[in-house]
Design a binder for this molecule. Sequence first.
Ligand SMILES: Nc1ncnc2c1ncn2[C@@H]1O[C@H](COP(=O)(O)OP(=O)(O)OP(=O)(O)O)[C@@H](O)[C@H]1O
Length: 248
Amino acid sequence: MNSEQARPAAAPQPPLLQLNSVETSYGDSKVLFGVNLEIEAGQCVALLGRNGMGKSTTVKTIMGLQPCMQGHVKLRGSSLNRLRPHQIAHAGIGLVPEGRRVFPNLSVRENLVATARQSGRAGPAWSLGDIYALFPRLQEREHHLGCNLSGGEQQMLAIGRALMTNPELLILDEATEGLAPIVRKDIWRCIVLLKSRGLALLVIDKNLSALMRVADRHYILEKGVVVWSGASEELHANPDLVHHYIGM
Ligand SMILES: Nc1ncnc2c1ncn2[C@@H]1O[C@H](COP(=O)(O)OP(=O)(O)OP(=O)(O)O)[C@@H](O)[C@H]1O
């Protein structure tokens, strides 16, 4: 027997993020009915579906902001179900929430420093300089308060803040919503760049054509259930599916 034959086969790696039959309720009202979803390291995944189908609730469940009543949310095979939101952030998931929510009475710099965290993970940590290189506008506005920024600047700051936690997975919930076209373009440029750096992304956005350019895989949610998943080419080739479930 040679040395190659003697070596035991490597155990398969669990996905970076795995949702297994996840059910979530608001009081008596169930909203997620067994969601299954996987994201591999470095993969960009889009979560699609019409308004009210459960996309933001899925994100809240991943982040521990809404309890997972049944099923499992796992990061690299470890359950997140009983963790608090700050522990989930510490475990490696960064969130850019719907509506941005930057600290209004802190400066740009203070907002960024407030969330900075040493990463126990491999790879270089994000620095203030890295964030300013990604969004030069934030450096120009370094000493301005969060409340005095434009919507686009607040969105850049929300992304910068999430990156300063050094996540392995970044979740963007409607990050381009309500922004001027030129700012949207800048946010998409940033998403493409983050993907090229190997960051895993879960993106919710209404711009399907931009998503089809950047996402490796799409999941369509309909009434709290994943009804379809596949690659951009498959989605592109299936306009009936898009029309039926996304309404375009
Ligand atoms: N805090 C809450 N309390 C009760 N019901 C809620 C709450 N948040 C959301 N819902 C309900 O849960 C369902 C799913 O909402 P969710 O926000 O997850 O959908 P979505 O797909 O993200 O849609 P949108 O694009 O409109 O945000 C909807 O019926 C919504 O009314």
